[in-house]
Design a protein around this ligand. Sequence first.
Ligand code: PHE
Ligand code: ZN
Length: 856
Amino acid sequence: MTDASTAPKAVLLADYQPFSHVISQVDLAFHLSPRATRVKARLALSPNPQRASGLDLRLDGEGLTLISCMVNGVAVHATPDASGLTLPAALLPDGAFVLETEVEIAPEANTALEGLYMSKGMYCTQCEAEGFRKITFYPDRPDVMAPFRVRIEAEAPVLLSNGNLVGKGEGWAEWHDPWPKPAYLFALVAGDLVAHSAPFKTASGRDVALNIWVRPGDEDRCAYAMDSLIRSMRWDEQVYGREYDLDIFNIVAVDDFNMGAMENKGLNIFNSKYVLASAKTATDDDFGRIEAIIAHEYFHNWTGNRITCRDWFQLCLKEGLTVFRDQQFTGDMRSHAVKRIEDVLMLRARQFREDQGPLAHAVRPDAYVEINNFYTATIYEKGAEVIGMLKRLVGEAGYAKALDLYFDRHDGQAATIEDWIAVFEDATGRDLAQFKRWYSEAGTPRLHVHEDWADGTYTLHFTQENPATPGQPVKGAKVIPIAVGLLNPNGDEVVETTVLEMTEGRQSFAFTGLSARPVPSILRGFSAPVVLERNVSASERAFLLAHDTDPFNKWEAGRGLAKEILAQMVTDGGKPSADWLEALVRVVMDDRLDPAFRALALRLPSDDDMAQTLFLSGYVPDPDRIYAARRRMGDALAHRLSADLPRLFNDLDVPGPYSPDAVAAGRRALRMAVLDLLSRLDGGKAAEALSQSADNMTEEVGALSCLLSVGAGDAALARFKARWSDNGNVMDKWFALQIGLAPPAKAAALTESLTSDPGFAWRNPNRFRSVIGALSANHAGFHNASGAGYRLVADWLLKLDPLNPQTAARMSSAFETWRRYDADRKGMVQAELQRILATPNLSRDMTEMAQRMLTD
Ligand code: PHE
Ligand code: ZN
């Protein structure tokens, strides 16, 4: 395939060494201009006592034009290479010295959106993971931490950087960040911006000015983000005892952004879609994501910034923990049950999928070619699950003690997973050596269960299977916390939730003194990220759906039932069973249950989820059959509920002005699920009416989706476009909805035609995702037997790659599931991946992805 000489070189965890020097102070001066920005950097350096003396100084730097270079005020001759600048030890004084460089860069030409770039006339930066090297020569690694002073000169009214503002005048501003930080947390913004502001007083009395900066005209869509920020700040004080540590906290919304948001110290930069919201422009889901991401970035101030990562292999140290914290926060703000179900849906859809394919990697990998390819569901979501397991094993009090110790011991440091584990061992006295396998070994364990019943003793026998993953053929047994409860045949709980700790490959746990054979509820709350395999009868699942006291497992019982029936419908073409229909109808009609929960129970397993499930049980999934069966399943449900749907739809109307709170959102979610069923019966009549009358985006999008699903969306689509054509974030929905819901045989052609729509500004990552990403998320459309979906996605990834390799490479994971399918489809995907790999000047990002996906 690719010979070793052209293969990009891997970075290895085993090669870690501290940097040759330490930096005690960084002074930066920016003179901003679109095509010729000047950056002066003054670094106070000295040899690192942890390393030998007399080492060369190697600085990272990419695409920089070096103007001058001085050591202790004396010009030195230095010639950069493609990746940086080396100052030989012979040129450096013994002991401390000052290095001054000046470089020129062109932010306007920066299409990769990494480093200093421009978005709609505004200057902004993105430095994680390795973007700072595109701004100035510097040791661009997270373990080099220093205080920064920044001077910005530009013809822009608003000039922002990290820390506190220490001075400003016409065309300039100066910022000091007293907290030593790695370069990836540096940020700068300059532009014509307006602030939505609010005051905040920390628990110990520090006054903090909060500002959300947006383009003029957007300031009336910041209130929810601000409210979320204030609640996040309070929550971190109350739950983790962590206060904010500067006088000012700025958030900036930008339209061109590769990811969701970035936690730069004191100056978070956000994808505008995760800041801007009003009832009219944002759905309930958008509001929920804004709340979660605002919290996530804010929580990084302690878990990420005050304590950062020693190297990028430790990425989960900040990301897994911060995701775990934002999940706790959302649970506290909304509903723990609903949040857990949503998180597990996401985990299975993205992380299990990744873990079962060629891109599987450990939560802490030990090698990478391009670090940008490792901002994955495994690092983030499985990283959070691993912390959830730790907490389950050591208990609430043990967790609180460990976290206090973590902040005490490592504040101001760049830490490792070893440090993190040691804190739990020292705080609780537990030996976590075996637990560490969750960090070092990839793959989703499969947990097989069977049971015995004799003389009042009920025994659960577990076997864990740790499947091979790329580069890791053999694995050890994991520590698996298995939360179990037992129910009596009459539905009463006889054994409350108990956490069984599995540490061996095979292990049995007995419950004694029972008067009747119980019904087990296993893996309550999804206590470990594993695939549970147990032969459960449909009637037992229906029993758990009706009686389980654990909300996650109650939902899971219905889910398991739906998947089993859907799998059968796919393979034998049959109809859904009456058992399932009756059990589900009881939940949907049960007014005592949270509407949000009922909406989740109504949500059918996705096509991709079914393909994953079928593949795991030894079938070759057929995308068209899955699509058809899923539609039949929805139709059957609609018919069974036909007498109740109109009344349910009307009863669930939320009176009064729109509010994004969880209760109202839950009712709307159920109402939209009901409307989706109703549309199958009335051809979209009720949806069309709602589409015309809706006064909020949740219902507008909900109605449009229903119409698109039944092929009656044309008029609503046209209205939507006419109404929203000047709002980019809303128009992303217009593109994504119609592609995502297009019938399989038409999806690729529709996508192709939309790529010629004047609104398809493909250099904008959100828009690219809402078109090309929407096609790859339309399972049957993407995997259509014609191969047109594969080809179109590959074409566009290749078009984006030279401009924005990070986003192109990340989206190439659309192809990661190819080994599930039949020989024809496999052959077509393989050919596309080979075509990608054979493309001249392919980015390192994309090369790594295509190679990994093609390797057995
Ligand atoms: N660190 C960011 C977050 O998770 C994600 C990010 C990574 C953003 C790389 C930009 C670039 O909050
Ligand atoms: Zn994060």
